[in-house]
Design a protein around this ligand. Structure first.
Ligand SMILES: O=C(O)CCC(=O)C(=O)O
Ligand SMILES: [Fe+2]
Length: 635
């Protein structure tokens, strides 16, 4: 079979090195894990082909045979592979122009396109009557009310004003030039929702809050996820046994009820978010397992009025310290899933106003503080309605990219030759077999090895610095830009087709470009060796509250490059199903892809999208490629 030969091939060519030096390095899983764990850059680290990690060369006992004879087969294979690789991998460098006569040069235009035209951060909130809210295409979104104190009117007002602006500069100016947070009457804002807000502001007594509406995502029930079982129960009771029973109807009602239950999950983790509502940078520490000073670990540095996300488990404690005095805890919290959004808020709103406006004369920072307080107010109402933690920044436009529906487990969507099979409704996970051929898997691994792998890193938010925590993520990785080869180019095209998103948006991401017109990062190639793992984490990132687009990793396309027999399953430990207390586990199968969404339709990120890679148990390495797709745009 093709898959087993794939494995043999990669075992032989890529997994020859003993992995013992890494095998026992991994600690027990860590109860904290930052939201975003990956470098976003595709910088060209010029590491050599053989990644420098302690390959123990095996003793050669046939030393009397001439070198060339010993290695003849390997040399011939390497030569053929290298020529074939070059033929396949048409680079645009002049040196390979010979091959370019066979294929047209790679196109990588960075033409600005218009998917952000008309983007409005305030698009999905309304201050008019509920009845005027447009009906939603999906039944999973329900209307909710939220209430904003009248003091926050200027903050909203400047958000509407900024949304009217065309460029990033005029947008930021409108946000920042807010006259010290005071309302001014003569702003020319055309938005009809804003007009309703203005009416409320004028017509409501001072102590009555402004009332807004938006939609929140409602969790699917077990009946939604298993409609056949649910139907069996209702048809059974309607027919009362008078009709000939089908196989499904033969299930007793107690049995049906049991089958519609989720086993108690073995994993209790969740995403927590820490917001610094103080005007000084703080350090966020996790207190660690030992509970003494030496066990504490730095999670991230949090700038004033910014935030950081981390995955954790109930009962873990965290504290913040001043930036230059890490020994002094300013405040400490023990987190639970119900208190997963934490504000470090040392001053009252009046004190902060006095401090920033009178003492510091800094209306720009005061405006940022107010946006965070507005977010805090919305977060409370969102949680009351949805029973979920608001981990995004209010207001956040709903995802603009297409999302494949996942109505029940086993549902299928056919796109060309692919079938997307729903493996989980919540979180939304699809399995796609034969996304790559075995040869293509080999080629991607080869490109990754050529580029040079280095130990994977982690970072906590768009603004936090990187860390390298081997207890959390012990793999090695590298990045391949879209225009690396015709194959990578093709993978981006396939990804666009599979996700039903305009292919032009998947253009090569240029870090240096101010244009922000890509939604796709470089392809990340990851190798796990025996004993290595990636503890449960979230792929989404926590953007700055100031960011216009609130971009985050909307979807993950994870492609298995080889088949792994022992361990190495991708695990969604909180996936809802009726059969596995460990959630959803998928064994790597060469060429198969997983598509999952890290966001919900209501603009929040999906806490249940938490996932990781189980430890590799056998001697065969695990290789994956992942492609992160952002909404609405990177950065
Ligand atoms: O290797 C896997 O199965 C998961 C990888 C992953 O979650 C990631 O790279 O973010
Ligand atoms: Fe991940």
């Amino acid at each position: 079979m093709t898959t087993s030969s794939t494995k043999d091939f990669s075992d032989r060519l890529l997994d020859l090195r003993p992995s013992s030096s890494f095998g026992d390095k991994v600690d027990e899983p860590d109860p904290i894990k930052t939201f975003s764990d990956d470098e976003e850059d595709d910088n060209d680290d010029s590491q050599s082909m053989n990644d420098n990690d302690d390959d123990d060369d095996e003793e050669d006992d046939s030393s009397k045979v001439p070198f060339w004879k010993q290695h003849l087969v390997a040399i011939v294979i390497a030569l053929i592979a290298s020529i074939a690789g070059h033929l396949y991998n048409q680079s645009r460098t002049p040196a390979s122009s010979f091959y370019n006569t066979f294929l047209p040069p790679l196109e990588n235009s960075l033409e600005p396109h218009d998917h952000l035209d008309g983007f409005r951060r305030t698009a999905n909130i309304s201050f008019c009557l509920k009845e005027t809210m447009p009906p939603m295409a999906t039944g999973r979104l329900k209307l909710m009310d939220f209430y904003i104190s009248k003091e926050h009117f200027p903050t909203l007002q400047y958000m509407y004003l900024a949304d009217q602006e065309g460029t990033m500069d005029t947008y930021q100016n409108a946000l920042n030039n807010n006259h010290g947070g005071e309302w001014i009457d003569d702003l020319n804002i055309e938005d009809s929702q804003y007009q309703c807000l203005l009416d409320q502001y004028h017509n409501k007594p001072q102590n009555i809050k402004l009332k807004g509406h938006t939609y929140y995502f409602t969790d699917p029930t077990m009946e939604d996820i298993y409609p056949e079982l649910a139907a069996a129960s209702s048809i059974g009771s309607l027919n009362g046994g008078g009709v000939a029973k089908t196989k499904v109807l033969a299930v007793s009602s107690r049995e049906r009820k049991r089958k519609l239950q989720q086993p108690p999950l073995t994993f209790t983790g969740f995403a927590a978010k820490f917001v610094n509502l103080s005007s000084k940078t703080v350090l966020l520490f996790w207190d660690g397992k030992g509970g003494h000073d030496s066990s504490k670990r730095l999670v991230a540095e949090i700038a004033p009025f910014e935030s950081v996300g981390t995955a954790t488990t109930p009962g873990q404690s965290f504290h913040v310290t001043p930036l230059y005095d890490a020994a002094t805890a300013l405040q400490r919290w023990v987190v639970t899933a119900d208190t997963a959004l934490i504000f470090y808020e040392p001053m009252t709103p009046n004190e902060m106003k006095r401090h920033l406006l009178e003492e510091e004369n800094d209306p720009k920072t005061y405006a940022m503080y107010q946006r965070q307080v507005l977010n805090q107010a919305f977060a409370r109402d969102y949680t009351v309605a949805s029973k979920r933690t608001w981990l995004a920044n209010f207001p956040r436009q709903f995802p603009m990219h297409y999302m494949h529906p996942a109505q029940y487990i086993g549902q299928e969507h056919v796109i060309g030759d692919w079938t997307l099979k729903v493996a989980s409704v919540t979180p939304r996970v699809f399995i796609i077999d034969n996304f790559l051929t075995p040869q293509e898997c080999h080629e991607i691994i080869r490109l990754g090895v050529d580029k040079g792998l280095k130990p994977s890193t982690l970072h906590a938010s768009a603004t936090a610095r990187e860390t390298n925590d081997t207890a959390t993520r012990s793999s090695s990785n590298t990045w391949l830009a879209r225009d690396t080869s015709y194959l990578t180019e093709d993978i981006y095209q396939r990804a666009a087709k599979l996700t039903n998103i305009d292919e032009d948006l998947f253009q090569k991401f240029h870090e240096t470009s101010a244009q922000h017109h890509s939604i796709a990062e470089s392809l990340q190639i990851v190798r796990y060796r025996k004993g290595e793992e990636y503890t449960p984490h979230h792929d989404f990132v926590s953007p700055s509250i100031n960011n216009r687009f609130q971009g985050t990793r909307f979807a993950t396309l994870l492609i298995y490059l080889n088949t792994v027999e022992e361990g190495g399953e991708t695990r969604f430990p909180r996936a809802v199903n009726n059969y596995n207390a460990a959630g959803l586990e998928i064994s790597p199968n060469a060429g198969t892809a997983l598509l999952f969404y890290n966001m919900l339709e209501d603009g929040n990120v999906d806490d249940l999208s938490q996932h990781g890679s189980n430890k590799i148990l056998g001697n065969a390495n695990k290789w994956v490629a992942n492609l992160w797709i952002w909404d609405p745009v990177i950065g």
